[in-house]
Write a protein that binds this ligand. Structure first.
Ligand code: FE
Length: 383
């Protein structure tokens, strides 16, 4: 159903904070923000609700029993309809380390879905997580399919994806520097992750164009007092924006605080890294063809390795506020404008400003989600 706009409602207007105002939507975009809109077709919200920009999750593998690695159009719809309930309005479909043939199948299906331009949660592109990673920090990525970085292989993958790959997680120490330069030249985000790179190697990658770190602290060389490691580079380099899985399981509360104190509000992107068990009960699932057991919402391989999360985006923001004491709006920026800037799409996503896409989530002060609107269409509502 179409949403024409809001009137006399609490709206987080970018750069101004929460204002009691009105907003008009036309052709899926924000046409006007101001007080003098009286149209009866517009939604007037109760005092307890706040209109926020829709959340942008640039690292998600699946939800609702479906995985982007085993996709069909129906499976993709299952994922997107589930994540709309947590306020996500756009995402990067994230692949796993698998055989090149299997990754290609996933890329083809995701590309076809994107090109049909369906309504609903928007897939902004693909986040290619693996196969160019380190076997030393595989996490839940199957080691047998890991390969060194290689431009030619990447070109073949991106051809199957019809140029929809927008971010690549890679281990730069695995012959990766040339690939970093190549991706930078193509405008594709280079994210250091599943990597054993030293501080020096990470900074070299930054100098060649790396701008992101995938799930900071998880699956990377940690900080040692004589070797600052990937983590040290992530903490110190302003160029590197750090993805964070803020479920308080992958990273503990004091470490979330440590990250915030180092990176500030502009240096962190909240992600879910969620797998197919999100929005599903505990039980047996899979990730990258490996068995995953989900107990109390925590997903692990049989050997105990964390295997993605069941984190919802609204919970991630709430957890971040609890851990750091930052305000609601500052925490929301970490899930909206920061990922939009990281992906170079801040001209259309990430905040409520005239001219941007009409992507909204309506929440209360505790981040419970009541309605989600993607490009002017109501895709979820319990109001
Ligand atoms: Fe990962």
């Amino acid at each position: 159903m179409k949403c024409f706009g809001f009137k006399n409602s609490n709206i987080y207007v970018f750069g101004k904070g929460i204002e009691k105002t009105s907003l008009c939507i036309e052709n899926g975009k924000i046409k006007k923000i101001g007080n003098n809109i009286k149209d009866n077709a517009f939604i007037e919200l109760d005092e307890k609700y706040i209109v926020l920009p829709g959340f942008v999750d640039k690292h998600t593998h699946g939800a609702n029993s479906a995985d982007f690695m085993n996709p069909s159009k129906e499976k993709i719809k299952l994922i997107l309809s589930a994540i709309s309930k947590e306020g996500t309005t756009s995402c990067l479909a994230t692949t796993m380390t698998q055989s090149i043939d299997n990754i290609n199948l996933s890329l083809q299906t995701i590309a076809s879905y994107i090109e049909e331009k369906p309504l609903g949660v928007e897939i902004l592109g693909v986040h290619l997580e693996g196969p160019f990673i380190s076997p030393k920090h595989a996490g839940a990525q199957p080691i047998k399919y890991i390969i060194p970085c290689d431009i030619k292989t990447f070109e073949e993958l991106n051809k199957e994806a019809r140029n929809h790959i927008k971010q690549v997680t890679l281990a730069v120490e695995e012959d990766g520097l040339e690939l970093v330069k190549y991706l930078k030249a193509k405008g594709i985000v280079v994210s250091l992750g599943h990597t054993d790179c030293t501080y020096e190697e990470a900074i070299e990658a930054v100098n060649e164009g790396a701008t992101s770190i995938s799930h900071m602290f998880n699956a990377m060389r940690g900080l040692h007092h004589r070797n600052a490691g990937t983590v040290g580079a992530g903490l110190l380099s302003d160029e590197l924006k750090c993805e964070l899985i803020c479920d308080l399981i992958h990273v503990s509360k004091p470490v979330v605080q440590l990250l915030y104190e180092n990176k500030g509000k502009d240096g962190i992107c909240l992600i879910t890294d969620a797998m197919e068990a999100k929005w599903m009960p505990d039980g047996d699932y899979q990730l990258g063809g490996q068995k995953v057991i989900v107990k109390n919402g925590v997903a692990r391989l049989e050997d105990g390795t964390l295997a993605g999360s069941t984190l919802k985006m609204n919970e991630a923001i709430h957890n971040f506020m609890q851990a750091t004491g930052v305000s609601l709006l500052d925490a929301v920026d970490l899930a909206t404008i920061n990922p939009a800037r990281c992906l170079h799409i801040e001209d259309k996503k990430g905040s409520i400003e005239v001219g941007k896409d009409a992507d909204f989530v309506i929440v209360d002060k505790d981040l419970n989600v009541y309605m989600t609107i993607c490009r002017g269409e109501i895709v979820y509502s319990k109001l």
